[in-house]
Design a protein around this ligand. Structure first.
Ligand code: ADP
Length: 349
């Protein structure tokens, strides 16, 4: 039940409270990593956080609609299981963030409101599903904003951790819609061009986010042939490495399909040399290089699954397909559903 924070018995979530406090002091990679670990551990142990909430009426409608956009209200109403609504915190740019608190004391540093305890995974999924900008942990004190894109990455890591014991490939393949530059994994793959000196689309986004050191590192690689892969550090990115591969310009030929498959295969082989175990791919060649999304996604998924089959039991690799729009998400979902529910092929045949 929802309750006013001052009458609530709730064991503070010290794991996350301390990580947020630390991050406020030391805003470096180590503090960020500790924060990520705290959230993952908290989620895997089903720990809870508090969220200010208003109960819904008998007709299922939130009793206080004032803090929600029409779209958010609609989404809540469409979901039978949710019978309350969350107050959003709106930032200077008009974005709504979902406030969550590590303890009743943290709630009471601001105005007194009703709160509900929920597992952190549920709250993160709710923020993403309702189109909020993200969550803000302890907004009245040492606060930390986690944008929706990072929440998606965390949610897929939680899912992967929950699936870890499973034998199926499903736990090792993830699909995310978001910006690949935010992916927290060992390596992200760049859909580069032959010069490796940056370009438009995902290439431009990666160069901008990684910073000028990436340009210097790429200059020393002296270009890359279509279908091949080269590696640099991730520099300012959360990912440790960037694997640069050059997709084909689409012309409908078999050669072009082979080149695209080579991009995935060679990137994964190179990843082994650098002890990379988590890797995210964009949809290579589907932007300015003009490869039709469905054809390219089919090759991407087939090649990655074949590669994983051939290394099964020898090398652990978690692959995330990071797509950039709803259409691509839909295409990949259909292909993955089909491929992962098929009987696994015998790699000897
Ligand atoms: P290419 O030259 O190989 O076609 P593009 O960058 O033009 O590469 O496009 C490849 C794919 O990357 C497209 O499907 C595009 O929607 C997607 N994309 C663009 N920016 C990003 C990003 N920041 N994160 C993930 N995917 C992206």
């Amino acid at each position: 039940m929802h309750k006013q924070a001052d009458e609530m018995e709730f064991a503070p979530n010290e794991r996350i409270e301390n990580a947020v406090k630390n991050f406020a002091v030391e805003q470096d990679d180590a503090a960020g990593q500790a924060m990520t670990e705290a959230i993952l551990m908290s989620a895997v142990n089903s720990e809870e956080l508090l969220a200010p909430a208003v109960p819904a009426g008998e007709d299922g409608k939130p009793l206080d609609l004032e803090y929600m956009t029409d779209e958010q209200i609609q989404k809540f109403l469409e979901n039978d299981e949710i019978s309350f609504a969350i107050h959003a915190v709106t930032d200077d740019e008009g974005n709504d963030w979902m406030p969550v608190f590590t303890s009743p004391d943290k709630v009471m540093e601001g105005e007194v409101v009703d709160v509900m305890a929920h597992q952190i995974e549920t709250l993160m999924a709710m923020a993403v599903d309702t189109g909020m900008a993200g969550i803000v942990i302890n907004p009245w004190s040492d606060s930390l904003n986690i944008p929706a894109e990072s929440l998606q990455v965390l949610l897929s890591s939680i899912q992967a951790m929950n699936d870890e014991d499973g034998e199926s490939l499903e736990g090792d393949i993830n699909l995310i819609e978001g910006d690949i530059v935010n992916m927290e994994c060992d390596a992200i793959v760049n859909a580069a061009n032959n010069t490796l000196m940056g370009g438009s689309g995902v290439d431009g986004a990666i160069h901008a986010a990684a910073g000028p050191e990436l340009d210097d590192a790429c200059r020393e690689l002296h270009g890359c042939k279509t279908g091949e892969a080269k590696i640099t550090e991730g520099f300012q990115l959360p990912a440790k490495y960037i694997i640069h591969t050059v997709g084909p310009i689409y012309d409908g030929s078999d050669q072009c399909a082979d080149d695209l498959a080579d991009c995935y295969w060679n990137a994964l082989n190179l990843a082994i040399d650098y002890d990379i175990h988590t890797i995210a791919f964009p949809c290579i060649s589907t932007g300015v290089f003009g490869y039709p999304m469905a054809e390219a996604a089919e090759i991407a998924v087939d090649t990655v699954l074949t590669w994983m089959d051939s290394y099964a039991g020898e090398y652990d690799m978690q692959v995330t397909f990071c797509v950039h729009d709803d259409e691509a998400y839909q295409v990949y979902t259909e292909i993955l559903d089909e491929e992962l529910t098929d009987e696994p092929e015998d790699p000897q045949n």
